[in-house]
Design a protein around this ligand. Structure first.
Ligand SMILES: *[C@@H]1O[C@H](CO)[C@@H](O)[C@H](O)[C@H]1NC(C)=O
Ligand SMILES: *[C@@H]1O[C@H](CO)[C@@H](O)[C@H](O)[C@H]1NC(C)=O
Ligand SMILES: *[C@@H]1O[C@H](CO)[C@@H](O)[C@H](O)[C@H]1NC(C)=O
Ligand SMILES: *[C@@H]1O[C@H](CO)[C@@H](O)[C@H](O)[C@H]1NC(C)=O
Length: 534
């Protein structure tokens, strides 16, 4: 297996919880705490810092991945755990037909890419593995996966916790869409028998009118003060479930242990809403270990001469493993070498050929945002193309590219196959072009162009419904916003013919503008981020 040990550079997000005991009042915060595509969150708190891991599927880097055919294979539903100074990330790798396998990585320093172990694989025909140590049984290690047979039901996606005299098994049930829910069962012995909570599910927005739907796949953890919390995934779709281009986002909810009807202690999970109240939270701080931008930070990247070291920013990802040398920082800017395949992975079409997609982007992390790049690109043949995209999967994406139509430099807008071409105005010739995506309503993407720095010359080239980038082939993933470049199938193997011009990006901006916390309420993103993670 070609698995990189370069783990978690994006999948892992640290949030500080430096305990401040003078802050003892309950807190108010907004969900999602990790907006944008962050499904299947799993968290631990160690020495006051929360470490969370989310599924990255076939985006790269993140959880490590290698080329697969499916749009929703790769690294699935990891759990992160900590014991005696060692962090463990356990997950399931899908994509080798008939050979799904469990993968375990360990480290004592989760923020150092190189410190992660090579993967240990184990037989795990089911997804969603968790690790649990039974301290009452000499520290024996257990792996729990989806499909554990319990007495009363088949489980999905289990996590195990010990609280008081009981073992609690937290289970994701009901599929991952509108029926998604969390149930719990309890046993005095780790191996059972487990008794389900009399009022399961203990967390769901199933059948409700809530803006946050598909709440499920949760994990519980304690903060530095000992208070319990949970993270789960949710989609901001409302019950209509048609427009949710950011896919499955990570939400936070307080957890309490209360006496149930049976007079015994059960877990109570607070329902997931946009505006939440819960245990005291520490003050927001940017003083946390690790490198790279915060999830809610804007991108203000001026590539080219003067771009500070450190390489390609760590929040930028690829779709599948990129070709060697396809992306590099040069004096002319971020150089993107055209890939033979289009964004749909064709015409290469093979498992390997699909790796020739030249795409670099970042998660859409805001309901409303503005993204633009200044592109220097001079196509010399009909197939040469470079541009920007809002990308959910190879089958569902919106592109605005620069191409030649005959000898005329032109824009080609392509909303999942609905194509419009228009000439680049003559007076823009020779200037770098600014290509822009604006979302001024959650319902619609607007694609526009102008000469770099001349906002007044802005021309709208296409608008598309956000429903185009919701669910369907991308029900597990979320929209990425970025740049692509292709020679549309010329050349052979993975490469375009020799002499194909490169595309260069100098100025790259992503500015979050607002988050919707209900179907009607939006919170503007102020400087200084009102909620950590925004
Ligand atoms: C704790 O919070 C209080 C109230 O916000 C603040 O005045 C104090 O400086 C904080 N202490 C530490 C150690 O961060
Ligand atoms: C727990 O398991 C042990 C053996 O491992 C058994 O002796 C004991 O009766 C079990 N307790 C319950 C409550 O099932
Ligand atoms: C503080 O939040 C916790 C967790 O939601 C809740 O159980 C508790 O009742 C709250 N306390 C107050 C005083 O509101
Ligand atoms: C338009 O986009 C779709 C989806 O990515 C793709 O299959 C198709 O080939 C594109 N058309 C052109 C002309 O690039």
């Amino acid at each position: 297996m070609r698995l990189s040990a370069r783990l978690l550079s994006l999948g892992l997000l640290a949030q500080s919880v430096a305990a401040n005991d003078s802050l003892s009042r309950n807190s108010t915060y907004y969900n999602p705490v990790l907006p944008g595509w962050h499904s299947d969150p799993s968290c631990v708190q160690v020495d006051g810092t929360f470490y969370c891991v989310t599924s990255t599927f076939i985006s790269f880097p993140g959880l490590p991945i290698y080329a697969t055919n499916g749009q929703q294979e790769g690294m699935f539903a990891a759990s992160i755990r900590h014991r005696r100074g060692v962090f463990y990330v356990i997950c399931e790798y899908l994509g080798v037909p008939g050979k799904n396998s469990g993968v375990l990585f360990t480290t004592t320093d989760p923020l150092d890419d190189d410190a992660w172990s090579n993967p240990v694989t184990f037989v795990a025909p089911k997804i969603d593995p968790d690790l649990f140590w039974d301290d009452d049984d000499g520290g024996k290690t257990y792996v729990a996966t989806q499909g554990i047979q319990l007495q009363e039901f088949d489980t999905l996606g289990p996590h195990l916790y010990k609280h008081g005299a009981y073992y609690y098994l937290l289970i994701a049930e009901g599929g991952t869409a509108l029926d998604h829910s969390i149930t719990i069962a309890r046993a005095r012995n780790l191996t059972g028998p487990y008794t389900p909570h009399p009022r399961n599910p203990i967390l769901t927005n199933r059948g409700s009118a809530e803006y946050f739907q598909t709440v499920g796949h949760g994990d519980l953890f304690r903060d530095a003060r000992g208070s319990w919390w949970g993270m789960a995934l949710a989609t901001r779709s409302g019950p209509e479930y048609r427009s949710y281009p950011m896919g499955r986002e990570a939400v936070l909810f307080p957890v309490t242990w209360e006496d149930g009807d049976d007079g015994d202690v059960w877990t109570v999970l607070q329902p997931v809403r946009g505006k939440m109240e819960g245990w005291p939270l520490p003050e927001a701080t940017r003083d946390v270990p690790g490198e790279g931008p915060f999830n809610g930070d804007p991108d203000v990247y001026d590539f080219g001469e003067g771009h500070g070291g450190g390489g390609i920013p760590r929040n930028l990802v690829h779709w599948r493993v990129p070709r060697q040398g396809a992306f590099s920082l040069t004096k002319k800017g971020l150089q993107v070498v055209l890939g033979r395949n289009r964004l749909d992975g064709l015409p290469g079409g093979t498992e390997e050929g699909a790796g020739a997609i030249s795409f670099v982007g970042r998660r859409q992390t805001h309901s409303l945002f503005s993204f633009s790049v200044d592109l220097e690109f001079a196509p010399r043949a009909a197939g040469h193309e470079a541009g920007i995209t809002a990308f959910l999967t190879q089958a569902a994406n919106i592109q605005l590219g620069v191409v030649l139509v005959g000898k005329q430099l032109s824009f080609r807008y392509n909303a999942s196959g609905v194509i419009k071409t228009s000439p680049v105005p003559d007076k823009w010739a020779g200037k770098p072009l600014r290509l822009k995506i604006d979302m001024t309503t959650p319902a619609e993407y607007t694609f526009a162009a102008m000469p770099a720095g001349e906002e007044k010359s802005r021309v709208v080239l296409g608008t598309a419904s956000s429903e185009l980038l919701s669910g369907g082939t991308g029900s597990f993933v979320g929209t990425l916003i970025g740049v692509y470049a292709t020679c549309n199938g010329a050349g052979s193997g993975l490469d375009c013919p020799a002499g194909t011009p490169n595309a260069y990006v100098k100025r790259w901006r992503y500015m979050g503008e607002a988050q919707y916390v209900s179907a009607t309420d939006k919170i503007p993103v102020k400087k200084g981020n009102p909620t950590p993670g925004w």
